[in-house]
Design a protein around this ligand. Structure first.
Ligand SMILES: Nc1ccn([C@H]2C[C@H](O)[C@@H](COP(=O)(O)OP(=O)(O)OP(=O)(O)O)O2)c(=O)n1
Ligand SMILES: [Mg+2]
Length: 985
């Protein structure tokens, strides 16, 4: 009978209930001899799944400290202890009592029953949770502002997986193990334990993963705070307007008479930075640890940091060798190469140290080091956990303190900013360093944390001064100091913008510090780095920094990236996660009230040679990183559009889901939700100029002789630009002055923004029509960098000219030209010989001067190569209104490239159409110049350049396609784009 089976002689409760009660009694009886305290009296726990400490260890703890250990979950079980539970399980459970095992450990360590809420495993956060409420503390007017999460996670830390019970656990293990368990389960994870780890711990497959991941990721938190303070400063400035700063008056009376004001009229920029920020915040609640070597990290340190679980499918040695090789030989990053070489030993923890105290630094420990490695250098190193709320609170206090005196603040990160002090100290009539000392003391008294400050005449020098000031100090790089001598020993990698690959390149040329660069000619630097970078490097090495402070910083992109816990077994799991991440990034986008026009999917795929599992628990290991972008038709914040593009891009990658180790979605080309559409800029420009041309043409028509289209167009443009100027005045443009710029149709603002050499070219262009010249002929080198990452072309792909039309099968026109040349070659002309030789060598790409020559043999090639007046050419269609033929085409291109953040599709198509017309009209030298100029303008852009690179390649491919079609050759172009980020493979 069913009823009998249920009761089974154990009364109403049934077999299982009876068994549970019996086990509880046994537990209580067994506990007695070991009981040391009644700490957990009245508290019962049930352990579900694999935990750290293990179920057995927790059982022992409960025995020793008077708690109850339930072998089965009961209705009165107070807490369920777990690390991770499958979603199906969680859905049927009361999540308000599922906590992490760390709770038990911390209670024992603190010798009291703590609030369990911070240990809840499921905090009922939405997966789109990572938004922080800004304005904690007194400042209630700003208190409820939310701030969007912003920047990409480059190397998020995992949720804590290593726990150290320290002495408590050891005592317990020794005392209790014999009585309670026949088999010893130690804190060491056995291989068998670990092999099941990936199934039981949380991975990206778990629906709650994303929220938990962002809750624990330190990089997510600091990025969020950093972006938040940029926005915060912006909002404070807008709210404050031109009002005075009352706090200045207070300070004036405090400081009056104490210090003479600086006599000089120097410019003062302050850089202020908290000292070992995370550590200082952590030490506020543990002042007794001040003066000790301390590190903030997820790892609990101690033995747990030198004996971590190792996945059987990982291979530390192999991974170490691969990482070291990549860092050293591909990225030239010796710091990281050394880090893996010394940090990947045996079972040492791969948790990173976010911040360490200066006492720890004295032992050789550095921020970013692995904990295991740090413990080798300093076994007494004390590790403390993160306190993200505390960082936010202190960061607010820092910003609010400075903001009382000035809002000329450039926020750099949560613990660092630049402040313009020139006007402030003039207004206060106080010595600059007196003010700095007062400010630092105010920050310290409000936060309990020390900070350091450097002052110099620009941002670079201010930052250099802070290095000298740290820790807990201040330093003025006083006006009049020998800046060159001060800068000389500074290693180049300490200069802004010098990364590991540039450092390597410079080191190979024997340049290691600023002194080396100071003694190097600009020409040599330019040959190494190009014009622009050479100039900046030279200036920085001399202590010159022209970068202004940026007070109101606009967000340029939004992203969400996860490279921890990505372990999919099939495409549907991957898709579910991509949908979640798309929703996440969409929320971040709408939080800042922006729309995006470009979606980039970044994936990290296990490198072919990498072990299946990473040495870092659930980490990404050695990976190849791939990016793919899609350009949307219109800016959007629609989650469905974002998601469908993300899914499409993933499909295009066509990667096995189980090989993925990291996924990021990056939204860029952001526009304001309310921004007016800025489409078709170039087209509008063409139309506007076309209108203008009509008027001018009518005005000058009567004076003109019939001329070929090019000369005619240029003449008209000249009239446009300088109606009153005689032609011989044009040479003055070369030595242009502001006045001369203002007199032209060139937008002086645009002109002023251009890089020097481009500006010069635009100005030169004013006279170019008088004496057209061909640029230096240069071969087209397009070497694909070894690690080039393929970006998908956001434009319709152009027909690949060479693949379609074989170089061996030139068109009739090409054949005809060759025939013509060889006839003349047989005639024995020296010039023809050179030209033939040239054409034979460069059979696919021909210089425009050669085109001119073979098209119009009556013009001497030598003359032509120097830029002789063009001979008659076929008339283009009468309807051709092509302003690329005008003399100010360079200005127009400069306008386009410098004023538009991204090239828009319609403009690119317009360019292609106009260039195609030029090909048909055989304006090869003009095409050559246009392409050269456009390429140079794009190379001088600093931001969002890959979109322009792709646009240029698209235009270039189209031009070459038309050249091949009409001329039988491609054109040898002077310049090309080479970019590791977007170079097609
Ligand atoms: N890759 C990074 C960089 C920074 N941080 C966190 C920890 C730091 O405490 C804080 C501030 O960064 P700093 O570079 O200013 O470092 P510290 O303040 O720790 O040290 P210092 O005294 O050198 O400024 O940001 C981090 O977790 N990971
Ligand atoms: Mg700092």
């Amino acid at each position: 009978m069913a009823g009998d089976e249920i009761n089974n002689g154990f009364g109403e409760c049934g077999y299982f209930e009876a068994k549970k009660s019996k086990l509880e009694e046994q537990f209580a009886a067994a506990s007695d001899p070991f009981r040391k305290s009644n700490l957990f009296q009245g508290i019962s726990i049930f352990v579900n799944g694999l935990t750290d400490p293990s179920a057995n260890e927790l059982k022992q703890i409960m025995m020793v400290h008077g708690g109850t250990f339930h072998h089965y979950e009961r209705s009165h079980t107070k807490f369920i202890i777990a690390s991770n539970l499958p979603d199906v399980k969680v859905r049927n459970m009361n999540t308000s009592k599922i906590i992490s095992a760390q709770y038990i450990v911390d209670c024992v360590e603190n010798k009291r029953v703590l609030d369990y809420k911070p240990y809840l495993l499921y905090t009922n956060q939405k997966t789109t949770q990572p938004r922080l409420v800004f304005g904690k503390g007194k400042n209630t007017s700003r208190a409820n502002e939310t701030m969007a999460v912003s920047m990409s996670e480059t190397a998020p830390e995992p949720p804590p997986v290593e726990n150290d019970l320290g002495k408590i656990l050891k005592v317990l293990q020794l005392a209790a193990v014999a009585a309670t368990s026949p088999k010893k389960e130690t804190a060491d994870k056995t291989v068998a334990d670990v092999s099941t780890l990936s199934h039981s711990v949380r991975t990206a497959v778990d629906p709650a993963f994303l929220g938990e991941f962002y809750k624990n990721s330190r990089l997510h938190h600091i990025a969020t705070l950093g972006a938040g303070f940029k926005q915060y400063v912006c909002e404070l400035r807008q709210a404050h307007g031109n009002q005075p700063f009352p706090k200045r008056n207070e300070l004036r009376s405090v400081l009056s008479g104490k210090q003479e004001m600086n006599a000089d009229s120097a410019h003062y920029v302050m850089h202020i930075d908290m000292d070992c920020f995370f550590v200082s915040v952590g030490l506020r609640s543990h002042p007794e640890w001040r003066g000790l070597p301390i590190a903030v990290t997820h790892s609990k340190g101690g033995s747990a940091a030198t004996d971590v679980p190792v996945h059987p499918q990982s291979d530390r040695q192999a991974e170490r060798a691969l990482f070291a090789d990549r860092f050293e030989h591909q990225l030239h990053d010796n710091f990281r190469a050394d880090k893996v070489r010394t940090g990947f030993e045996k079972k040492m923890s791969l948790s990173e140290i976010a911040s360490c105290s200066y006492e720890a630094r004295a032992k050789g420990i550095r921020n970013g080091m692995f904990v295991g490695q740090a413990l080798k250098l300093c076994p007494e190193l004390k590790t403390i956990p993160y306190d993200f709320e505390g960082y936010k609170e202190v960061a607010f206090a820092l910003y609010d303190t400075v903001a009382q005196y000035t809002l000329n603040i450039e926020a750099v990160s949560c613990d660092e900013m630049f402040v313009e002090l020139t006007d402030l100290v003039a207004d206060l009539q106080v010595d600059v360093m007196t003010f700095v000392a007062h400010l630092r003391e105010e920050v310290r008294s409000k936060t309990g944390c020390p900070c350091s400050a450097g002052v110099g005449s620009n941002k670079l020098l201010a930052r250099m001064a802070t290095k000298k000031a740290k820790p807990n100090g201040q330093f003025l790089l006083a006006p009049g100091i020998d800046v060159l001598a001060y800068m000389a020993p500074t290693p180049l990698e300490e200069l802004p913008g010098v990364g590991s690959s540039m450092r390597h390149k410079l080191a190979q040329a024997g340049l290691r510090n600023c002194g080396d660069v100071q003694g190097t000619s600009r020409e040599k630097l330019e040959s190494l780095l190009g014009k622009k970078l050479a100039l900046t490097l030279q200036q920085h090495s001399l202590g010159i920094d022209t970068r202004p402070l940026v007070y109101e910083q606009q967000r340029k992109s939004v992203s969400a990236e996860v490279n921890y816990g990505i372990r999919f077994s099939n495409a549907s799991e991957c898709e579910t996660f991509l949908r979640q991440l798309s929703a996440e990034v969409k929320t971040r986008l709408t939080d800042i009230k922006r729309k995006a026009k470009s979606v980039t999917l970044k994936v990290m795929v296990r490198a072919a040679e990498a072990p299946i599992e990473a040495s870092k628990f659930m980490g990404h290991g050695v990976c190849d990183t791939l990016n793919k972008s899609a350009m949307l038709q219109h800016p959007t914040d629609d989650v469905n559009i974002i998601t469908s593009n993300v899914l499409k891009l993933m499909k295009e990658f066509d990667l096995p889901p189980h090989e993925l180790r990291g996924i990021g979605i990056h939204l860029s080309r952001l526009s304001d939700v309310n921004e007016v559409k800025k489409e078709n800029v170039l087209l509008q420009m063409f139309e506007k100029m076309s209108e203008k041309r009509k008027i001018e043409t009518t005005a000058v028509e009567v004076q003109e002789e019939p001329q070929p289209e090019l000369e005619q167009a240029e003449q008209q443009q000249q009239v446009d630009l300088e109606p009153q100027q005689p032609l011989d005045m044009s040479s003055e443009w070369k030595n242009s002055t502001n006045t001369s710029i203002k007199n032209t149709a060139v937008d002086p603002e645009v002109l002023a923004q251009l890089p020097e050499d481009i500006r010069q070219e635009v100005l030169d262009n004013m006279e170019e029509h008088l004496q057209p010249k061909h640029s230096e002929q240069r071969g087209r080198k397009r070497r694909k960098p070894k690690n080039a990452v393929r970006r998908s072309l956001p434009f319709p792909s152009a027909p690949a000219p060479l693949s379609k039309v074989s170089a061996n099968k030139p068109s009739n026109r090409a054949q005809h030209l060759r025939h013509e040349l060889s006839k003349r070659y047989r005639g024995g002309g020296q010039t023809d010989e050179i030209v033939m030789d040239y054409i034979d060598k460069v059979s696919n790409h021909v210089h425009p001067a050669i085109f001119e020559y073979i098209s119009r043999p009556e013009v001497e090639v030598s003359q032509n190569l120097q830029g002789a007046a063009a001979a008659p050419r076929p008339q283009p269609p009468a309807t051709l209104q092509n302003y690329l033929l005008g003399s100010n085409y360079k200005t127009m291109l400069a306008d386009w490239v410098s004023n538009q953040r991204y090239p828009n599709h319609t403009d690119i198509i317009t360019m292609n159409e106009k260039l195609a017309e030029l090909v048909k009209g055989r304006y090869s030298s003009r095409i050559y110049d246009i392409m050269k100029h456009l390429c140079r303008l794009i190379k001088h852009k600093h931001e969002d350049v890959c979109e322009w690179h792709m646009a240029f390649r698209f235009i270039e491919d189209t031009v070459q396609h038309h050249m091949m079609e009409f001329e039988g050759y491609q054109m040898m172009l002077a310049e090309s784009i080479s970019c590791v980020m977007c170079e097609p493979m």
